[in-house]
Design a protein around this ligand. Sequence first.
Ligand SMILES: NC(=O)c1ccc[n+]([C@@H]2O[C@H](COP(=O)([O-])OP(=O)(O)OC[C@H]3O[C@@H](n4cnc5c(N)ncnc54)[C@H](OP(=O)(O)O)[C@@H]3O)[C@@H](O)[C@H]2O)c1
Length: 283
Amino acid sequence: MSDSESDSRRRFLAGAAALAPVMAVAGVAAVACAQTQGPRANGKVALVTGSSRGIGAATAKRLARDGFAVAVNCVKNRELASAVVDEIKAAGGRAIWVQADVSEADAVRRLFDETERAFGGIDVVVSNAGVMRLAPFHAMSDSDFARMLDVNQKGSFFVLREGARRVRSGGRIIALSSSITQLRTGTYGAYAATKSAQEIFANVLARELEGRQISVNAIAPGVVNTTLFTDGKTAEQIASFVQRTPHKRLGEPSDIANVISALCGDDCGWVNGQTIFVNGGIV
Ligand SMILES: NC(=O)c1ccc[n+]([C@@H]2O[C@H](COP(=O)([O-])OP(=O)(O)OC[C@H]3O[C@@H](n4cnc5c(N)ncnc54)[C@H](OP(=O)(O)O)[C@@H]3O)[C@@H](O)[C@H]2O)c1
């Protein structure tokens, strides 16, 4: 090595040694940043009805991770809705929760008003709130049948109607149907009918919103591990659904949230007016 070469090598090593603590600190700072910065805001706003637990909560958290500011909604479990918001905020996201019974048109308008007031507009609406009461036709009570119509059918209509009025250009509207519309298992008749309405709602609304670049779809989950599905069922009844599913497990709320997230992304705007079955192959 010549004198000038060894000089420049000495200078390089000395410089590198001097920079090492700085680079180490910068590295630590970058890691700390990645840990505390949370999701990168995409400037968009999502409203997910029935998101205090189950599929709705998983969807709210997933969309928050995707960068959406999220409005979480419940009808009675305020502490659960508040916990979903806390979790989103702790991860660096933006969220509010609003108690509103979707079966009441005024409450739905207030839910949208409060979301717009908090975040300045709405880009995504997920009509997810739902209830399920099972009984054969001869034993279905008036009140259980009425509640399913009120929440699943009338309530989702109110949410989609408000979405049609307010979702910004380029947005998404998603209604939760169910694969039971195809399975047609006994005792599910009334519930399945209220869920099949979502597929009609989504398909017709997609056409009505022509020119606004808003895609409207229905998602039809199979059996998902939430209290809506498991409550009131024996282990054997649950196992029989698992047996009929090629993947031999229940769906998890995240299995559904992942697909909703994809539909809300920039790459899926061309999916419009469809019902997407997300069920591990049970149908
Ligand atoms: N789980 C499944 O196997 C399955 C399969 C296919 C389709 N789905 C559909 O997926 C959606 C979510 O189901 P899930 O299993 O996640 O249900 P879940 O765990 O029982 O959660 C239901 C959510 O809806 C809310 N809700 C109920 N009635 C409401 C009302 N009147 N107004 C506002 N919010 C209301 C609940 O709020 P509170 O906590 O305040 O009660 C809760 O956040 C439903 O539409 C369901 O029909 C579920």
